[in-house]
Ligand binder design. Sequence first.
Ligand code: CMP
Length: 481
Amino acid sequence: MSRPRSTNKLILFFVALAAALLAVWLFWSFEPDVRALLGRRMGTSPSPSVDTIVAAVKLFLLGILGYLLVRALNSFFFELAFRLKRIDAPTLIRNIFTIVAFSIFFLIAFTFLFPDVNLGALFTTSAIFGVILGLALQDTLGNFFSGISLQADRPFQVGDVIAVGAQRHTGVVEEISWRAIKIRTFTNHVVLIANSTAAKEPIEVFPRDNLNARVVWFNTLYTDSPAKTIHVVREAVREAENVSDKVTPVVRIRNLGDNGVDYEVKYWPEDYAKYNDTDALVRQRIWYAFRRAGLNFAYPTRTLYVERPSKAAARDVDGGAIAERLSAVDLFAPLSADETGLLAQAAVRHVFAPGEMVIRAGDPGSSMFVVHNGRVQVQINENGRSRSIATLNEGDFFGEMALFTGEPRTANVVALEETEVLEIGHAAMKRVFDANPDLVESLSFIIAERRQGLTSLADVALPVAHTSAGILSSIKRFFGL
Ligand code: CMP
């Protein structure tokens, strides 16, 4: 069985304290015997050298006792008293307290045990002592006083991200001690920067409780519209994880470059320490948004003449795969091959990144989707938290409720992995209904079933038509059948 570390430390402390107290008590009780023994060994009794040895041993023992007491006082004061007020005492302050308290204790013990020695004179007259001490402690004292000024100034705190000096050591501040600032870099290395070095270098601070901006660059072809690019990127970035919703991302043209239009997107991460991941996610979201919106990244251009298969042939291969997918959807089972082919021609493909929202509850919608590749999750709002109610795989469909009834979207649908969906709009569906009115009935049945599930689960208020008959008539009305 392992005890917690604090209990072990406490036990060790009490054992050491008991040993020190015992040693002091023993030495004081047997002092006459020790003096007699020393006197016999050293010839004369009593002599000044015996006094000095006894006083030095006493000073040593009292020093140990004093050190333990100062440690106890330190723990009591900073861990107990400061914790009560929920303040974390900086290491530097604790160290200064220990040094000052121990020095006072030691000086009192020294003057008490060596009353003949004038300490003041010893320090003031010993110029050599001063020079040696000054030289030896030059760096240490420099660090110490820089550390004090850092604590007093408080330009940053533990938990903030800082970048120090020309080498730009960047990381999260873990500790500010009397000697150095300890930062943990984003590659999980620890870097120690001496306080005196930090005092001379410029330090960039990204405080934890502040919205610090990031800038990510990308580019497009000259043929892509800036207004469309700015809108598409802004919407894609504001949805990304760790991007603060307090400030809307800013997308702007940075330069008209050699290969295309250079843009920057400025966003504000909620947790700045995760900016590497968030920058990467922002770039990923831009890629997917570009793909869906038909925008193109610029790259160094050369004019090449390449023989390509004809566009019609490419469309045939694509169209074949889509028609095959749609004919396997159970909802479209009553359709003939020609009708499915018509739907396939009208279907538009979209790719979504993992975690991206395909449909947002409450939005208006006039299209439905079939999962072509990947998986999506249907989520509803329950007491302000989202809860998954279904996972849809390749060949499943969603978004039919808003399309067929004209009501707002009833749930969020989120891509679980990179997912390709086929979007089918109102006009294409109307053509199919006109050709095959039986479809409406089976569809209203599915909608009624899903709707039943939703009302029993969610805190969503759904409009009146709950039964499949009610839905059937609302579809007919909406599609003018
Ligand atoms: P719509 O309301 O247009 O948008 C959200 C979609 O989530 C909805 O259409 C349905 O396609 C889908 N949905 C809602 N409830 C369920 C469910 N219980 N099982 C599967 N899909 C659902």
